[in-house]
Design a protein. Structure first.
Length: 105
């Protein structure tokens, strides 16, 4: 996932499940605080407890950044992707919503 927004945003409860509902990601709820266990991130990202969805922590980004995780996918299998995102408006008048690009390779 990547974003090029100029405001703060929070990401939580990232999930990728296969057709038998097996979770493919590690630490999608970011509860392995204070580390981002299982995740690769760009600069400007960290664990936060300021905004979260169904747990105590989330991934916080203060600028354009990325977050990724690899897993073994099988061709022909349907995967369900879900996540929660919260976008904070900035004081500079930029009130665009957070736009995330989800890429599967």
């Amino acid at each position: 996932m990547t974003t090029s927004n100029k405001h703060d945003w929070y990401l939580d409860d990232i999930s990728v499940k296969n057709s038998t509902l097996v979770e493919m990601l590690t630490n999608g709820d970011f509860e392995s605080s204070p580390t981002l266990t299982g995740w690769n991130t760009g600069s400007g990202g960290a664990i936060s407890s300021a905004q979260s969805h169904s747990s105590s922590h989330s991934f916080y980004a203060s600028s354009s950044t990325s977050i990724s995780q690899s897993f073994s996918a099988i061709s022909g299998v349907i995967y369900t992707i879900s996540y929660w995102v919260y976008s904070e408006k900035t004081s500079n008048g930029n009130d665009n919503d957070a736009v995330l690009d989800v890429t599967l390779n």
